[in-house]
Unconditional design. Structure first.
Length: 66
């Protein structure tokens, strides 16, 4: 699914970058991806995806491997 139509950024792009740059703001993350918000309507959803990915990463770190 596209998060940012203006820059053709997909949810998978945002998730991958969020794992690489966990402390980044959405604007900083876009910059790391070689983009910048144009209309800006995507920033709230991008932040939601980033936060969700951080929760997933934390869960992965605490997962018990049998």
């Amino acid at each position: 699914m596209y998060v940012c139509v203006c820059n053709a950024l997909r949810e998978s792009d945002i998730r991958e970058a969020a794992r690489q740059y966990p402390a980044a703001s959405p604007e900083e993350l876009y910059e790391e991806l070689g983009a910048m918000p144009d209309c800006g309507t995507c920033l709230v959803f991008a932040k939601h995806v980033m936060d969700d990915e951080q929760v997933r990463a934390e869960q992965d770190r605490h997962a018990v491997v049998p």
